[in-house]
Write a protein of this length. Sequence first.
Length: 490
Amino acid sequence: MMRVIYLTILAFVLSFSGIAQSKLTAPRVLFAVENFYHPEHGSYVELYLSFDALSLQYEKIADYYQAKLEVLYVIKKGSNIIKYQKFEILSPQMKTEKGRQNFADVQKMTLKPGDYTVDVSIWDANREIEPVKASQKLYVRLKDNKLDMSNIIFEKEVTPTEEDGPFVKSGYLMTPWLISTIPAAMEEFYVYSEVYNSDYKLGGNGAYIEKHQLRNLDVDSVFENYSIVKRVNTSQVNVILKRVDLKTLPDGTYSYTIELFNRENELVGSTGKQFYRQSDIPSLKNGQRTAEVADFETHIRSATSRDSIVDYIRCIRPLGTRADQNFIDYNWDKASTEVLQSYLIGFWVTYKTENVFEEWITYRKLVKLVNKEFGSAAKAGYDTDMGMVYLKYGAPDQITNRSNEPSSYPYIIWQFYAHPLQSNAMYVFYDPSLTYRDYQLLHSNVRDEKDNPRWKLILQSRNNANGDVDKDSGADHWGGEVDDYYTNPR
């Protein structure tokens, strides 16, 4: 018998597709998987299941009623099966069928860092019906000797305990809240995350700054009274556990982010999570939503194809902040479709305060152009360096294309006369693979972009290898004109 814990869930997000879900045909269930790390055992994942008790068949056993589920997890790397686990889950015992309560299960599996697929099959053992099945990509990213963070998990309840169990972490029995909507009746939750290997990165006697921030995405406003900035001593594992009072939080879409900074105030780690707060307190927009916003939200919510939503999310990455990009990188392939839709709506409504739907249609046309110009069979155009710069800043004013300069890798120089950050902005892209498709950003003179003082040496090392790390000028060879084209684009 697997130990389970009660969950009071207002609604379930069905992350399974392809099988009709109803009270009579199949269990309603939420599946989630999270990355964690242990100093002795390495990276591992926790696989969560939450069950809607009303969708299950309860059988009378002696003087109580109980549901029984059979679950199969299969972890694959490519076509190879790496691990599998089949087990049984019993619901809490009920004196009457009407006393049903939702419940959950969690399983732990150690996995080496890498890309996997997890196949899930769930049977209601009390009924002769087909199992619910799902397949989800799984990216195990936490590594030894690397400063990193687990994703944020919202916990509905946290209780100190000296016992051990699957829902016990750091001496607390926790009730995870796995969906992105926080109902009005829920007056608080706890933010849980873990920081790994800060002692390896910053030294055993070092320290870092931990910064918490709650932002309303409807009006792009930070709630300063929820912000926390504190100094933390380094360790193999640091636990983050913070109670968040929701009673005075207005209705709306929010992001909760945690950032880590070293002594030089450099960002060394970050994680974030979005949620929608249902509240009797009017939203900061006073409940007024324009027709444009409503049309845009309807458009995004009606896009039920997982591939379409992932494409939407990934194409806005060039426009986002570092926190936005971290969220997209960590969640595009594992967050539920509903979470990605909510994130996209909140992001775009904040990014474009007027003509929201019209601007989205215009942007998608630009994405289509970028994919055609810079994409390949292996990579969408918005994932390339040239595509990202184009989407963020628009078309360059001047383009110099040098694909056959002797002893140099193929390169392209973009010049922007009036860049948002400075005048006369320069970007140098090159293709070390010689495929003439995926040009990489080698150097830029724009603040906070890639600044590589040895870019000329690298560019002209196609036939002139040079291991001198102190040298930053290119080799002097016949036909080499990069200095001229960079100084005087034409």
